[in-house]
Design a protein around this ligand. Structure first.
Ligand code: HEC
Length: 206
């Protein structure tokens, strides 16, 4: 028992100071990622920035609502704010910015054919053991006769608070609030680390 605690402590200390970890890969073995990375496509960079802005706004609303009244009270906030935030950012940029899921809670978040295909690829990667935090996909295509650039970034149920409203066992008062607002809710039964959905950005191209 004591040993296990000591090991855990050592692991924590060494991971905080990676240079001291005995089995860390020799730094000279691999070129530094910063030096090797190709320049980022500006359309991807712009998509990432928009997704980050939307994610931060959603997180801010969610944390505020959870702190103010717990998950049951936070549900109406998610319902009212999520679509408004997506709409405001879309309008500001003149792009389409949304969240989509293979098992949407809000039917407005149902994926189209490309989004569905990408979400299935993200799921397959996680099933194959991919622990990546930021799985992404892009596509250049034509929509309604106009050239567009599309970008998606996976949203994972990485943190426990997500499971209060999207997990396998949902508390009765949360369950009741969800059933009232979302009679067709599919967004349940998730475990930590699964792909809950994705941000999806569509930029018109010149
Ligand atoms: C307080 C309950 C609650 C918590 C906690 C919560 N969600 Fe949700 N989630 C909702 C509601 C309600 C919606 C539907 C929003 C709407 O109407 O657009 C939703 C929708 C979503 C969607 C859009 C797709 C869909 O199903 O309609 C994603 C993606 C999502 N949540 C991910 C997460 C993640 C990741 C976390 C943890 C960081 C999380 N949620 C935590 C209640 C919650």
């Amino acid at each position: 028992m004591k040993n296990r605690i000591a090991l855990a402590l050592a692991a924590a200390l060494f991971s905080a100071v990676p240079a001291l970890a005995a089995d860390a890969p020799a730094p000279a073995a691999a070129p530094s990622p910063a030096a090797a990375a190709p320049p980022v496509d500006p359309r991807v960079a712009a998509s990432r920035a928009v997704v980050q802005e939307m994610g931060e706004q959603l997180k801010g609303e969610l944390i505020g609502a959870l702190e103010a009244g717990g998950p049951a009270k936070a549900i109406p906030v998610c319902q009212q704010k999520a679509q408004v935030i997506a709409g405001e950012i879309s309008q500001k940029k003149g792009w389409k910015v949304a969240r989509v899921s293979l098992k949407p809670r809000n039917p407005a978040n149902t994926p189209d054919a490309w989004e569905k295909q990408v979400l299935e690829q993200f799921d397959a990667r996680v099933a194959g053991g991919d622990g990546a935090d930021s799985m992404e996909a892009t596509s250049e295509t034509v929509q309604d006769g106009k050239k567009v650039f599309r970008y998606m970034k996976a949203i994972r149920t990485a943190v426990k608070p997500c499971l209060a409203c999207h997990g396998e066992s949902i508390a009765p008062e949360i369950d009741a609030a969800l059933k009232e607002l979302y009679p067709a809710d599919q967004a349940r039964g998730y475990k930590a680390g699964m792909v809950r959905g994705a941000f999806s950005v569509t930029q018109p191209l010149p």
